[in-house]
Design a protein. Structure first.
Length: 234
């Protein structure tokens, strides 16, 4: 246990800060993914065929391509693009890298956004059409209808699926260790290499991920129960 202690002789403090980094990346990616998911769901529900086609292509590609490959494409492809622009237009020379946190959060956000798109679309379709028709019948504007009918109802139906998307984003943060960002997986690899005790630190990483996912499950379950207050359950 000395290896996992807090202080100069252990790696406990490094793993703690790596856990905070994991949470920061996952939170940023999840929230940005909700934006992508909302836009994607709106496009899929649109009356315009070209918008639906773009949204279908987005969800099909992002859910069909391996997540690690997407991260590699964003990190190395983005760095190559930034380097080209900087060298050509800004007068710099040499390689220009992209911040690992930014590119990691963006890559996971685009991946999770594809799943959020389907979750939000399904939640909107689950709202009884009679409620929307009644709101229109009493003269509600589109903004008021969205604020009082669509948003609260869609959130209620989407919460279970969004909980799964959050868990996915949380675990996908392990993949961005390839960019050099020091989160749980990267810190565990560094510690394992320094101490020659890989089982100890990878087991500690597994425990940390399990704690985060368990707490997340509890939090989403509480949020789901709260959102269903006053609703008759089958």
């Amino acid at each position: 246990m000395e290896l996992l202690s807090w202080g100069d002789k252990g790696w406990g403090d490094e793993l703690f800060f790596a856990t905070l980094m994991t949470l920061a990346v996952a939170t940023a990616a999840f929230l940005l993914g909700l934006v992508f998911g909302s836009l994607g769901a709106a496009a899929k529900l649109s009356r315009h065929g070209w918008l639906r086609a773009i949204a279908d292509g987005y969800t099909t590609i992002m859910r069909g391509v391996p997540d690690l490959l997407v991260i590699y494409l964003f990190y190395f492809g983005g760095s190559a693009l930034v380097t080209y622009v900087a060298n050509k237009w800004l007068g710099t020379s040499g390689f220009v890298g992209i911040n690992a946190f930014t590119i990691g959060a963006l890559a996971i956000a685009i991946l999770s956004g594809a799943y959020s798109t389907e979750v939000i679309r399904g939640a909107v379709l689950a709202i009884p059409k009679g409620e929307i028709e009644a709101a229109r019948a009493v003269g509600m504007s589109r903004l008021l209808l969205f604020r009082r009918i669509l948003a609260p109802q869609a959130l209620r139906y989407a919460l279970p699926g969004l909980g799964n998307v959050w868990q996915l984003a949380l675990k996908e943060t392990a993949l961005i260790s390839v960019t050099g960002l020091v989160e749980i997986m990267r810190q565990s690899t560094i510690a394992a290499g320094s101490t020659k005790k890989p089982f100890t630190f990878y087991a500690a990483a597994a425990v940390l991920y399990l704690v985060l996912t368990t707490l997340s499950t509890y939090a989403f379950q509480r949020a789901e129960d709260r959102s269903m207050r006053g609703m008759r359950r089958a």
